[in-house]
Design a protein around this ligand. Structure first.
Ligand SMILES: Cc1cc2nc3c(=O)[nH]c(=O)nc-3n(C[C@H](O)[C@H](O)[C@H](O)COP(=O)(O)OP(=O)(O)OC[C@H]3O[C@@H](n4cnc5c(N)ncnc54)[C@H](O)[C@@H]3O)c2cc1C
Length: 435
């Protein structure tokens, strides 16, 4: 057993953990970052948002990400088997100052760039080191136990702890703080394919989304003619599978004329994987001597590609909280925590409103053929770009969009009721399946 001390210890070397570690170390604090795997490693979450770009620039890695990414100018939405053309939302039409594009990336490459950048910034970044136990000590310090790949145990005493362990939700699980989302349940099956037809010209990097009977499908174009494809559905639909995951995913893609057409010359590049119901929150986000960032706190749904951005944004904001802790003023710390938690919840809530309604008939109709009263389309694009924190005009226009949606619901209340019943039944079934 080795014993070490550190000012800050971060669990998890994904986007949240590396972002926090790099900024904190650059501010002159000694940071240790522990990652259980080795980069490069596969991870889902390949479509970024424009608002990621300023963070990547502040981290100093924007050029590297540009060299590994596919430019993404927008997102297109299609109601499957409807015969209607896709509706394209271009980021350049957003309100405010969000960048006019984002990138699609292989997460193995993206996360490696972020991890190497942490190390180059002076972070003690260790791979193959799995955190196994955290024990709170006096004065907000924590004892962190970890095990390396040779089975040797390691122990750190840290003055501040950041849980960025992603959907492993280390602190939440260990303390019984993890709560399944009572409003939403979904599961996903996904894989990589080669030779899938891309959108023409400058649109070739856009993400495509298709509604189908049991959920929605994504197509994310990556470099070297690879397309990441996934189907997000109610967990009980995933349980109806009788064949392999690859067969199940291909059956879904074949069931829509629009996706079947794009798959005509496709070959499988990576066996399909599945993830069960993943929508949850933690009861706590921060406390004496610790905070959580990214998926370690909450994850709702991938539909608007918000996960990586929310994780990195939260991690950057979290640096102020840790600094307030080191200032020694309880008042500063309480205030910083309050701001951090409020902003984090606001970002999640803005996306959640759309996520919970995404598969409803009213939403598919509005997103595929929206009325542009009072620039609501531009506000929706700003939301798609990730501009959900401080832009007041975006927030006001999103309210108008919500009003239009609610009116449309009243006019089609039977469909709404049926969709709501299905969604809540799905949440109940998922929580029963999880015990
Ligand atoms: C089906 C699906 C599709 C998605 N698509 C998108 C998308 O297109 N765009 C998008 O932005 N987001 C997407 N997401 C969400 C995205 O994957 C996450 O929001 C994002 O990766 C969160 O980053 P993070 O740093 O919080 O966690 P992670 O990226 O999960 O990183 C956590 C890290 O912690 C490490 N770790 C865990 N436990 C320990 C431990 N005990 N000790 C040491 N290390 C540990 C893990 O190995 C991992 O490297 C998707 C999610 C799903 C489920």
């Amino acid at each position: 057993m080795t014993n070490k001390k550190t000012d800050v210890l971060v669990i998890g070397g994904g986007p949240a953990g590396t972002t926090f570690a790099t900024f904190m170390q650059r501010n002159g604090t000694n940071v240790t970052l522990l990652e259980k795997e080795h980069h490069p490693r596969f991870h889902i979450g390949e479509s970024l948002l424009p608002m990621n770009l300023p963070i990547l620039e502040r981290l100093g890695v924007l050029d590297k990400i540009r060299s590994i990414g596919v430019p993404k100018l927008g997102a297109d939405f299609t109601i499957g088997n409807s015969g209607a053309a896709e509706r394209i939302f271009y980021f350049r039409d957003a309100l405010g100052a969000s960048p006019p594009h984002a990138f699609e990336v292989r997460r193995s490459e993206f996360d490696r760039v972020l991890f190497d950048n942490s190390r180059q910034s002076g972070v003690t970044a260790i791979e193959g080191m799995k955190v196994t136990r955290v024990v709170p000590l006096a004065d907000g310090k924590h004892e962190v136990n970890a095990i390396d790949e040779q089975g040797e145990e390691h122990r750190w005493v840290t003055r501040y702890l950041v849980d960025a362990s992603g959907r492993d939700t280390f602190l939440s699980r260990a303390n019984g703080w993890r709560i399944g989302n009572s409003k939403h349940a979904s599961a996903a099956v996904f894989g990589h394919f080669r030779g899938v037809t891309r959108r023409p010209g400058d649109d070739q990097g856009n993400i495509s989304l298709y509604w189908f009977e049991h959920g929605w499908i994504w197509m994310i174009p990556l470099r070297d003619d690879i397309m990441s494809i996934g189907a997000v559905c109610r967990p009980e639909f995933l349980r109806t599978r009788t064949g392999t995951l690859d067969e199940f995913l291909l059956e879904i893609l074949e069931s829509l004329s629009e996706t079947a057409e794009r798959m005509k010359s496709a070959t499988t590049e990576m066996p399909a994987q599945a993830t069960g119901n993943y929508s949850y929150f933690s009861d706590r986000m921060s406390g004496p001597g610790y905070l959580m960032a990214g998926d370690a706190f909450a994850f709702i749904d991938p539909v608007f590609s918000s996960g990586v951005y929310l994780a990195m944004n939260g991690a950057e904001r979290g640096v102020e909280v840790a600094e307030a802790w080191f200032s020694g003023s309880r008042w500063n710390y309480a205030l910083a925590r309050y701001r951090f938690e409020k902003d984090t919840r606001r970002g999640i809530a803005t996306f959640s409103w759309f996520i919970y309604r995404f598969t409803s008939p009213a939403m598919s109709y509005l997103m595929s053929d929206p009325r542009n009263a009072l620039q609501v389309v531009q506000a929706v694009i700003s939301m798609l770009a990730g501009d959900v924190y401080s832009n007041r005009s975006v927030r006001q226009r999103l309210l108008v969009f919500k009003t239009i949606y609610n009116v449309s619901l009243m006019l089609n209340w039977r469909e709404w009721l049926a969709d709501r019943r299905l969604r809540l039944a799905s949440v109940r079934a998922a929580s029963e399946a999880n015990g």
